[in-house]
Design a protein around this ligand. Structure first.
Ligand SMILES: Nc1ncnc2c1ncn2[C@@H]1O[C@H](COP(=O)(O)OP(=O)(O)OP(=O)(O)O)[C@@H](O)[C@H]1O
Ligand SMILES: [Mg+2]
Length: 271
């Protein structure tokens, strides 16, 4: 009794991207955006992607989510390459709330699209509003919320879809440094209790080091994996770490790697 047989699949990565390339054709010109990208995220792992603007990070997330197809290569989620659409939760770079819907009704949007009846969907959202710092604001409209609260509504919508893999594209981009710091700690707390696989795209090197198990650094366009940096800082992590030597050493390594890429992009403006 109480004995659980581990599934055979537990050693395979939750997400595997192999040899992905993507070319866009517009106005007769071919734009090579991603070039032979290999990427993996383990079950329950927190992985970040950093890289120069325009190197194809959002394009990669769109491909993983099944919203776009690669020109070459494959994506497997939990061992299956079929039917990616709807298998991951995806918070887009500009995840806007609908101004005419309340907090609760914005949060349940994804569930409604999945066909969950509104009353059940609302119950599920209500059970989490406290955890998301939205208690008492369930019936408020987006215009009356702070930036951090709006972000948490978008997160709630993403989490409610109950997928094992969550893709987050610059989720804290619009927030001030202090709110951003609180949101990062909050996200880590949430991640450690929900045990999901998270792929985070960010421009903020501190953020990547603070939250991640591993960081993929991408080259300038066409994006390739330049290096993968493991973050071995102990968990749980607190903000005091960001001024300590191990954190700063990792940050310096990542910044140097990114800087090389931005110099390369400036040297080749025709790319
Ligand atoms: N549907 C599309 N058609 C043509 N070009 C596209 C399309 N989508 C993206 N691109 C181009 O692909 C390149 C990569 O875009 P993408 O949004 O993936 O970059 P990114 O790394 O997310 O950048 P940022 O950090 O600024 O968000 C850009 O040059 C962009 O103009
Ligand atoms: Mg982007």
């Amino acid at each position: 009794m109480g004995y659980v047989v581990e599934p055979q699949t537990h050693t395979q990565p939750m997400l595997r991207v192999a040899g992905i390339s993507k070319d866009f054709v517009s106005g007769g010109q071919v734009l090579s955006v991603l070039n032979d990208v290999d990427f993996e995220a383990g079950r329950g792992e927190f992985v970040s992607i950093i890289g120069p603007s325009g190197c194809g990070k959002s394009t990669l997330l769109n491909i993983i989510a099944g919203l776009d197809d690669p020109s070459q290569g494959s994506v497997e989620i939990d061992g299956s390459g079929l039917h990616r659409l709807g298998r991951v939760a995806y918070m887009h770079q500009k995840d806007l709330l609908l101004p005419w819907r309340t907090v609760l009704d914005n949060a349940i949007l994804g569930l409604e699209v999945q066909g969950v009846p509104r009353s059940r969907a609302r119950e599920r959202a209500l059970a989490l509003t406290e955890r998301f710092g939205l208690k008492g604001f369930e019936h408020a409209y987006p215009f009356s919320l702070s930036g951090g609260m709006r972000q948490r509504v978008a997160f709630l919508r993403t989490i409610l879809s109950e997928r094992d893999v969550i893709l987050l594209d610059e989720p804290f981009g619009a927030l001030d440094a202090l709110t951003r710091g609180h949101m990062q700690e909050w996200l880590l707390d949430l991640w450690s209790s929900f045990g999901k696989t998270i792929v985070l795209v960010t421009h903020d090197v501190d953020e990547a080091v603070f939250v991640s198990d591993r960081i993929y650094v991408f080259t300038a366009r066409p994006g390739r994996v330049k290096t993968v940096v493991p973050v071995t800082l102990p968990r749980p992590r607190g903000y005091e770490m960001v001024t300590q030597a191990p954190f700063i050493a990792l940050k310096a390594e990542l910044l140097a790697s990114l800087r090389e890429e931005s110099v390369r992009a400036q040297d080749a403006p025709w790319q």
